[in-house]
Design a protein around this ligand. Structure first.
Ligand code: 8IG
Length: 272
């Protein structure tokens, strides 16, 4: 693997700038306005928000790794929104893939280098509230990162008050006033939690458990991006749901919800 992010003498922001330059060249779009990472269940949104200008494999862009998981994508897509703004769909690299924290946040940093101001992070996750039905979309209000590893390099004391933009959450709620909000607790994965860990996450004030978004949000705030976080609760977390968790079940719940939540996301993007 010849990923420049693995060279500790390289500055990850320089690699992100190189990635953004390659994206500008491949898309013919000098500056993108919005970026999206589409997690389990959200992929169809890319087809609804506008006209696709270019799609290419992320591995053609410096710093991006091939995908590790069935159901995840590794393409980069540039979409022209009806109002003329440009959206960039970027793949996700998870902490559990083992490529290091720089890879996890390279998409976010590349988005910032491409001119993006609004970062939309979506995911599939487990739910801690038994009242919520699998298939429910939830706005992320705040997070707890149990990764205990900051993506920030150097003494940069980034403020995370309102990390998940209250302004963007308000806009999302004008599209669907019934959207609930929750605190997202990030575990390392790839194993799901034990029932005892799920109880811990709940006692800490969590509503959702996942493996991706908190660390990405930290890097997005470092790069001064405004973040909208949206989770699809695909399953109740281990022990809350009585049956064992399976990736197949997660994918199935995502497929079932995909049309509905992708339409929701497309309607939100039109208002941002
Ligand atoms: I989809 O129950 C999905 N992702 N940590 N726990 C964690 N991540 C998840 C879960 C879950 N479901």
């Amino acid at each position: 693997m010849n990923n420049p992010l693995k060279d500790s003498t390289r500055n990850p922001f320089d690699v992100a700038a190189e990635a953004a330059a390659v994206i500008a060249e491949k898309t013919g779009v000098a500056k993108h306005d919005i970026a999206l990472t589409l997690g389990s269940g959200w992929a169809a949104a890319a087809d609804l928000i506008g006209e696709t200008i270019a799609t290419f494999d992320a591995t053609e862009v410096p710093g991006f790794n091939p995908p590790a998981v069935a159901g995840h994508s590794s393409s980069i897509r540039s979409i022209r929104l009806p109002d003329g703004r440009h959206a960039l769909v970027l793949p996700r690299s998870h902490w559990y893939e083992g490529h290091g924290i720089r890879s996890v946040v390279h998409g976010v940093r590349t988005a910032a280098a491409a001119g993006v101001k609004i970062m939309i992070l979506t995911n599939g996750c487990g739910g801690l509230n038994p009242e919520l039905k699998p298939g429910t979309a939830v706005l992320i209000r705040d997070h707890i990162s149990l990764i205990f590893k900051s993506p920030i390099e150097g003494a940069n004391f980034v403020d995370l008050t309102d990390a998940y933009s209250p302004r963007l959450r308000d806009i999302a709620r004008t599209v669907d006033p019934s959207l609930t909000e929750g605190v997202y607790v990030q575990f390392t994965g790839p194993h799901y939690e034990t029932p005892a860990e799920v109880m811990m996450a709940k006692a800490m004030g969590g509503d959702l458990v996942g493996m991706s978004t908190a660390v990405e949000t930290i890097a997005a705030r470092e790069s001064k991006l405004e973040v909208l976080g949206l989770s699809l609760m695909t399953n109740l977390a281990a022990g809350i749901q009585k049956s064992p968790l399976s990736h197949a079940e997660v994918l199935e719940a995502g497929r079932e919800a995909e049309g509905r939540i992708s339409k929701l996301l497309a309607e939100i993007i039109a208002k941002l």
